[in-house]
Design a protein around this ligand. Sequence first.
Ligand SMILES: NC(=O)c1ccc[n+]([C@@H]2O[C@H](COP(=O)([O-])OP(=O)(O)OC[C@H]3O[C@@H](n4cnc5c(N)ncnc54)[C@H](O)[C@@H]3O)[C@@H](O)[C@H]2O)c1
Length: 438
Amino acid sequence: MNTSRRTFLKTTAAAVLGFPSIVRAANLNSNLQVASVGCSGKGYSDLMEIGSHAKVKFTGFCDVDLSKFDKADAKFPGVPHFQDFREMFEKLGDQFDAVHVSTPDHMHAFIALDAMRRGKHLYCQKPLSHTVWEARQMRLQAAKSWVITQMGNQIHSAAEYRTAVKLVRDGAIGKIAAVHSWQKNAGNGYTKLAAPPAFGPVPESLNWDWWIGVAPMRDYAPDVYHPFKWRDWQDFGEGTLGDFGCHILDPVFTALELGAPLVISAQNEGLNAQTWPSAETISYIFPGTRLTAGATLPLTWYDGGRQPDLALAQLPEGKKLPAAGSLLIGEGGVLIIPHVGMPQLYPEEKFKDSTIEKVPGTSHYHPWVDAALAGTKTTDSFDYACPLTEVVNLGNIATRFPGVALEWDAAGLRFPNNLEAERLLTREYREGWKIEAI
Ligand SMILES: NC(=O)c1ccc[n+]([C@@H]2O[C@H](COP(=O)([O-])OP(=O)(O)OC[C@H]3O[C@@H](n4cnc5c(N)ncnc54)[C@H](O)[C@@H]3O)[C@@H](O)[C@H]2O)c1
């Protein structure tokens, strides 16, 4: 059965959810044909999770490095290989309903937008985009194409984060006056480069031109970009904030129903023109919501070993903050959401008789498959996940203007008080790799 027969337009569930009035669905009675882009690292674990759904059939595996298919092949033998996702999309035609993207961050938007333009459902790794403008385009395209989307911050569906969200919503610590979130890793902690990288020959298995994609071309250097270490580089990755922000800020966003910030400012050390800072503090001011104590909410992000003042947590003597997580200061107590662990309420004396009821976790992947087949909505679709990604991307602009308070006009996609920062809302695309506005 081809996709044109399999695909139908469904209105009911969508209308109830305030979703675009029409969404595209595959057919509940058939398989979901999935094409994967990026097959090793996180891509492989995504494949395993998506492929464990009884109705998923992989119809294409794409990786720019031909040495990266072995593990995926061992688990799902016989799936055709491609090195260029554009060729895969063209050749598969109707033989794919959905795409899974797990490449380095700088290529998410280019690949995801192409897939969505073709009407394909999308599971895309976090952070969804490399720039604020890209996140905005992804949100617009998802709505325009009526596709079912999910961001790859899988802890969103885990018991620990769901329990934390419920505690805040239930008013366990009252209205929230301030939030502090942190991750101890350094933004350039994987390469730890003290000098420019030593260039070397490109491995035969790798198409370096396609790996670079939208970014400015540079020479290949072994062990500093591919695989995994691209995170440290401003051209490709998003530093620690980009790596962990869409995880750690997610329960805070869901629980407090946050949107776009009003002002962002940053302090950092170790910043240079190539890699992200080795430590930073990013301060956001958000408009208040029905769950916050004031008309505005301060939210502060720390990384590179920085953490909030321990005294704020009201912990028992000798207890430390987790290595990563969030601290919510409420009118009636303090909530710590470890990354990843069960939430904790303080001061101990006040909550000694309270029991925290665990909300069961679910797969983050299977509900996306089910939603794509049924034409229903996911909890982490792009109308939620793109604004969260924008916040992360905005922090990475602020950190390049230390000490400057950037006023953010989310609707206008502008920093009215800083033209120079405004230029970093997007990037200059390499010839042949331009992303067109929606
Ligand atoms: N959700 C999580 O917990 C989690 C954990 C780790 C990574 N991630 C995310 O997953 C993504 C991948 O991270 P990683 O650590 O696996 O990176 P990686 O560099 O180890 O793996 C990326 C894979 O994609 C391939 N690739 C690169 N460019 C490609 C392109 N243009 N087309 C096709 N294939 C391409 C690479 O060859 C490699 O196989 C990132 O966005 C990262 O932020 C998420």
